[in-house]
Design a protein around this ligand. Structure first.
Ligand code: HEM
Length: 446
């Protein structure tokens, strides 16, 4: 199956034909089951399965327990200020470019730099200024982008699936070099922070003032360094480094894809955009500052419905894969034999006509709380579900809401000059960018 527009339409056809799942046989030994119905997806996601990409069961569950405090609401609250700041920088850039006469804005380009900016501040308290200089001067930022690029290229070129071949190729060498840069950057921060905590004790408060002009919050590294399991054991430097690197890769492109597609869907549906804007303007009316706070997020009811509908229609991650070492039962007394690769299709489940009538239509009213109650909780799974779901889900939802709210408050978003063709490159993107037009709004238009 290809991951371009034609490939995605072929998946739509598959879902319309089979409705819950289908099996693929690749030669005599390798088989894969593709599942796209909530009732079939549920037993698989609830099983303590082993992800193909990540650490094994025992190691994973200990690490997951130690990571969980880093995503507690009390910690996430402190990041809202950072999300506001990073969005403001992006908007200042947009205003400058509009004044210079720019028309089409490739959303991915600006939004992914902005989500990277935020994530670096939340993970390491590192202010890279990447939005000011497009990250070009920063070795670490270039390495992050290069790694995502190389991962996509490798995925698409079959001979490079073999490590032996890949690591001897020019691209494989560039990959290793970029990994070294990313790993040594993280290792240096972790080491430095550990020795500060050893010497000075844990950071005093969540909102100390920092040198670089934004409030220094407790970041992910601090929380991970202080996290302890039931035996009082913490994470090693090596484990913290690996987790921080995972956050950077799991967190910035996914959130950027989500935000870009929300803006796209609202550009295509001005009536919903207007309704979001009045909700946001009502919320902020009479305030001195435009800062969105943690408590504001729960008031953005309709905007959140629009975000969820966008995550359904343009889910950043197309599927999660699982390998089960024992037979798995699914409805209809069917068994998926041990050793099969299961591809739990988020894309397919979100577009299953048995679950979502007219699945290709963007309709935020599907997420009206009353309607949501009538659906299986496995019908909407952009962050996967079960024990191995996305640990960054609340972080991502908070960031998306802040960025979308501030953007609609300040700009009207309009369709760009050319139609888009979807394309999964690890996350859902498009072939050749996602152009949108922006019209700055004056405060008087509130
Ligand atoms: C809209 C944004 C995001 C989407 C759609 C998303 C989606 C997902 C999905 C589908 C998985 C399951 C992968 C699997 O089971 O194979 C996952 C796992 C994960 N995500 Fe996210 N994610 C997002 C944002 C984030 C952010 C912001 C972070 C961190 C700051 C993050 C960190 C992680 C981690 C660490 C895992 C692995 C969890 C585990 O195995 O226990 N994600 N994400």
């Amino acid at each position: 199956m290809r991951s371009d527009e034609d490939g995605l339409q072929a998946v739509d056809e598959l879902v319309r034909t089979y409705r819950h799942s289908c099996a693929w046989f690749l030669g005599p030994f390798y088989n894969m089951v593709r599942l796209f119905h909530p009732d079939y997806v549920k037993p698989l996601l609830l099983a303590p399965g082993q992800s193909l990409l990540l650490t094994n069961g025992t190691k994973w569950s200990r690490q997951r327990r130690l990571l969980t405090p880093a995503f507690h609401f009390d910690i996430l609250k402190n990041y809202i200020y950072i999300f506001n700041k990073s969005t403001n920088i992006m908007h200042e850039n947009w205003r400058r470019l509009l004044a210079e006469g720019k028309k089409d804005f490739n959303m991915f380009e600006y939004v992914s730099m902005m989500t990277l900016d935020s994530l670096l501040k939340c993970t390491f308290s590192y202010d890279s200024h990447c939005q000011e200089c497009s990250g070009k001067s920063d070795e670490y930022i270039s390495a992050i982008f290069e790694l995502s690029d190389l991962a996509v290229k490798r995925q698409r070129y079959l001979p490079h699936h073999w490590d032996w071949v890949y690591h001897r190729s020019a691209e494989g060498r560039r990959f290793r070099r970029a990994c070294e840069i990313v790993h040594s950057f993280t290792a240096a921060i972790v080491q430095d922070r550990r020795s500060k905590i050893d010497q000075q004790g844990p950071p005093e408060s969540f909102t100390q003032t920092a040198k670089r002009g934004y409030r220094r919050t407790v970041d992910f590294i601090d929380v991970l360094l202080l996290s302890r399991d039931e035996n009082g054991e913490g994470l090693s430097n090596e484990e913290i480094k690996a987790q921080a690197d995972t956050f950077m890769f799991a967190g910035h492109d996914t959130t950027a894809s989500a935000i870009s597609w929300v803006l796209y869907n609202l550009a295509m549906h001005q009536e919903f955009q207007d309704r979001c804007r009045s909700e946001i303007n009502d919320l902020l009316s009479g305030r001195d500052s435009e800062e969105i706070t943690w408590d504001d997020l729960s008031s953005l009811t309709f905007t959140t419905m629009c975000i969820k509908e966008s995550l359904r229609l343009h889910s950043p991650i197309s599927a999660v894969t699982r390998y089960y070492s024992q037979d798995m039962s699914v409805p209809g007394e069917r068994i998926i034999p041990a050793g099969s690769i299961c591809l739990i299709s988020i894309y397919g489940t979100h577009r299953n006509p048995d679950v979502w009538p007219n699945p290709e239509v963007y309709d935020p009213m599907r997420f009206d709380p009353d309607k949501s109650k009538q659906r299986s909780s496995y019908a909407f799974i952009p962050f996967s579900a079960g024990p191995r779901n996305c640990i960054g889900q609340s972080f991502a939802m908070a960031e998306i809401r802040v960025v979308v709210a501030l953007t609609l408050r300040r700009f009207r978003v309009l369709p760009g000059s050319k139609p888009v063709k979807r394309f999964y490159m690890i996350v859902m993107r498009t072939e050749g960018g996602l152009p949108l037009m922006l019209e700055p709004l004056m405060p008087a238009q509130e």
